[in-house]
Design a protein around this ligand. Structure first.
Ligand SMILES: [Zn+2]
Length: 230
């Protein structure tokens, strides 16, 4: 198995150069992908015709319009209570009693359940009500009149299996250009993009299978790849 990690790093730091034909690194950006393409050609030329070849990407990329600090929004809406002057080095120790919800990067939302987290207080009886009010709060989140959240997934919609209890209670999917972040010590809900100009997208992931294409379901997931290889 071979992983090209450079495509991800290049796109995070230089997506703006890709979109701007006059940028000094625009051509070099494209040259990188020509070299990846060439390398795939080399691999194909050296394996046998009957060998299976699977190529996949687990996400696409797009330009960041704004960074969105979800913990700041939760604090503003009263779901999260932080120390008066949260220290970035203390991270989640900044959480105070009374916190109902917190976020881990990039937008995994956890109920602060009693018995599970140090200052957790949410009882199982309250969970449904809190989740419903969270979903409506996320639907209201807007930037210059544009809705930030495209879809709120409940954990059972995404995860399954024995470890389900450890999964986040909600996962947020943003509308194009909104880079959701779990920074606990950020000061503002919205921030201009920084050195990172590209963000992952749910769309544009792809799966290529050379043989046994009939094993690929109509809407494949990452998990389906295992069966195709077996
Ligand atoms: Zn990445």
């Amino acid at each position: 198995m071979l992983v090209f990690t450079g495509s991800d790093r290049l796109e995070h730091f230089l997506w703006h150069a890709y979109e701007d034909e006059n940028h000094e690194y625009h051509d070099k950006f494209q040259q990188y992908f020509r070299e990846v393409d060439f390398t795939i050609g080399e691999i194909v030329s050296r394996i046998n015709e009957e060998d299976q070849l699977v190529i996949l990407s687990d996400h696409g990329m797009e330009l960041i319009k704004a960074n969105v600090n979800i913990n700041c929004y939760l604090a503003a809406e009263g779901f999260l209570v932080l120390m008066d002057k949260p220290k970035s080095s203390e991270r989640y120790k900044n959480i105070r009693e009374g916190t109902k919800v917190f976020t881990l990067d990039p937008a995994r939302i956890y109920l602060n359940r009693g018995g599970k987290y140090p200052k957790g207080s949410v009882k199982s009886g309250e969970a449904g009500y809190i989740v419903d009010s969270l979903i409506s709060a996320f639907e209201d989140l807007a930037y210059n009149g544009e809705k930030v959240i495209k879809k709120v997934y409940r954990k059972e919609e995404i995860y399954h299996g024995e470890q389900l209890e450890h999964a986040p209670d909600l996962v947020l999917l943003s509308n194009p250009g909104f880079n959701l972040k779990g920074n606990i010590s950020a000061e503002n809900v919205f921030e201009e993009r920084d050195i990172i100009t590209g963000k992952h997208t749910y769309e544009d992931a792809f799966l290529f299978v050379r043989h046994n294409k009939d094993l690929v379901p109509e809407n494949p997931t990452v998990e389906d790849v295992r069966q195709i290889i077996e």
